[in-house]
Structure formats: structure tokens, C-alpha cells
Design a protein around this ligand. Sequence first.
Ligand code: CTP
Ligand code: MG
Length: 379
Amino acid sequence: MKTGVIIVAAGRGERAGGDRPKQYREIAGEAVLARTVRAFQQALPGSEICVVINTDDQARFDQLGLQTRIAFGGATRTASVRAGLDALETAAVDSVLIHDAARPFVSRALIQSVLDKLLTAEAALPALGMTDALLSARDGEMTGSLNRDEVFAAQTPQGFHYQPLMQAYSRLGCDAMHDDASVAASAGMTVAIVDGDPANFKITRPEDFQKAETMLRASEPIFVTGQGYDVHRLEAAEVMWLCGVEIHAGLGLVGHSDADAGLHALTDAVLGAAGAGDIGQHFPPSDPRWSGASSDQFLMHALELLGQAGGEIVHADITIICERPKVGPHRDAMRQRIAELLGLPLARVNIKATTTEKLGFTGRGEGLAAQAVATARMG
Ligand code: CTP
Ligand code: MG
């Protein structure tokens, strides 16, 4: 079954206000119409998509760089759909989904359930049942009550078989109807209902943009990464602290605190994710409080700052660069300790080690370097 999609985007968005029609305004950096088109391109790869635009919006549409057919809409939504149906005539589609550009959050599952229903139904649309008690009113006064079980809020995409819908539209003449299911029903088709999706709301009023941003933030979290790098000089010593683990290999790291280069690099990576500067700003080496300090407290402070910035760490990857000590025998303990400090499962922490082929200060054994990348989920 070859499917065509008509996305009607020719309205003026009077109720939403703003400096442009609502379908060209952005939600989290992407235009509403671009999101809507993408939803169908991803759900139905290879389908024929036609966007019906207003003649005044050609430049705005071109700026989005969308790869779709276009048609020019009319003064009513009905006229715009008709233009879309005409534009799909040459595409030889069997079925057609008609969708409001102003519903960018249509899910793949909803699109599929309308299409599935169409295998057995003449027409199908998603609709939401009512939870509040319903009443009728006029001029600010109640005139009666309605049976909640018999009332639904219609959504799109509404699905049809192409030819019968074309015929229904030609029988309609110049009249305008509020949606395509009504056109189909007026032509005698049976219209089946599938469960609508509250997330698939139509951006209609100014406050809907805020609602959309909030919803997106919850469903599409933002991830940030921070990176850190640290070096400490190596000397003969009984004990070395590295990645929160005590190593007895005849070598130690020289520094003001316990000189744990692994934890310092990780602390800097966490500070990077938090947008909070670097470890030296928070724990200046000149401050006697940090003399011999255990570096896990630096990391805990960085995690606290990340929390204040609305973030939580989700992954850490650390690379130790040295000829000696051998990291391998301590890798599991390091991973364990860092997972503990970060409050992460083991699988979200990785420790790597490498030498530098005897090159440079690490190759000559003068010092040990550590790099870290921390990934955080924000908001
Ligand atoms: N639409 C259209 N052609 C029209 C009117 C509406 O293509 N002449 C489209 C809109 O672009 C929108 C969808 O139909 O994607 C649903 O309509 P609505 O939410 O009412 O959008 P607008 O008509 O643009 O908004 P308003 O009624 O507030 O002016
Ligand atoms: Mg309208």
C-alpha cells in the first residue's frame, strides 16, 4: 500500500500570535514544521510527503530546506487539503494521511496505528476521550449536559483511501468543514477511531510554545560532556594514590594534595560539564587546607556543583598515561571506587591505560598524566 502524507501548513496561526505563523516558529531550536515533516519521514521512509504552504510563506519554507513536494493552500483548511490531494494525484498513492503542521509531536506509533486501522476501515482518525464532565453553554450560561462517553476530541493524522476521499472532496463543492473525517463522514464513509495521544496536541495558543518546550525537555534530555587533564611528577615512594585506589609499587605522585591525577582529571571533567571552571579555582594549591588532602572530596564538590547546575553524571571514561606503575592489576578496583564515588553502575565507568612508547615525560617515567571525559544529563 503506497502512502501519501499531506501536511497542511497554510494557516496564519492567528490565535498563537507571534512574529510569524506558528508553524515557522521554533521549539528548542527547530521549526515546528520541520519537526512535523521529520516525524513522518522517520516513521514512513519513502512515502510521498506534500506540505501545503501559504503563498506568503515561500521564503520561510525554503529556508527550512525540507525535501518534500509542496502545494499552495487556500483560505480554509478544507481548501488547503484539497490542494494537497491534487498535488498527490501524480504520485499514485493508495492511501493518504492528512496531518496538521501544528502537531509536531506525532509519534511513530500513532501514525502506524492509523495506517493499521486503514487496512480494515474506510477511514480512521485518532481521538481522545473526555475525562471532565461536559456541558453545553451559550452566552456564558449552561444550557445542558452532554454524555461524556459519546464525545471525543479529534486529532490528526486522519487516514483515508485516496480515491474515495478525492470523490468526497469533489462532492463537497466549495463548502468548508473543520476536518477531513467530517468530509468523509458526510460522503457516507464509516470513520473508525483509534486512541489519540495527549502529547500530539495542536499548537494553538501562545502558551502552547512553553508547554511544547517543557515537554521536549522531559522527553529529549540534553547531554553535555566535560573533559579534564592532569599531570603529576613521579618519585620513589611507598604509596601512590590513583583513581581513588592505593597502589604500592615503589612509586608515588608529587603534589600538594594526595596528587591523585586520575581523580583530578575526573574532577575537572565534571566541572567542565557543570560549566564551573577548573579544580585550581575551587581548591587553590596555595590553600593549606588541601595539603595532603584526599582527592575524593574535590570530586564530591564538583558533583555538588553539577547538581546545582541541574545535571547528573551518567558516564565517565578515564585514561591513565604512564610507563609505570602497571595499571592493569588495579583497573577493577579503580573502576569500582570511581563508580562508588559517582554513584554509577560499573558499566558506566571505564578506565583505560596507555604508554607513550617511551616518548616524552611519561615515556621517560618523569611523570604520569590522566585524561577524563564526563557525560552528564541536564535538566
Ligand atoms: N491550515 C491550512 N490552511 C488554512 C487554515 C489552516 O493549511 N487555510 C492548517 C494550519 O496551518 C494548521 C492546521 O491547518 O497546521 C490546523 O489549523 P489551525 O490550528 O486552526 O491553524 P491556523 O488556522 O493557522 O491557526 P488559527 O486558526 O489560530 O489562525
Ligand atoms: Mg484555523
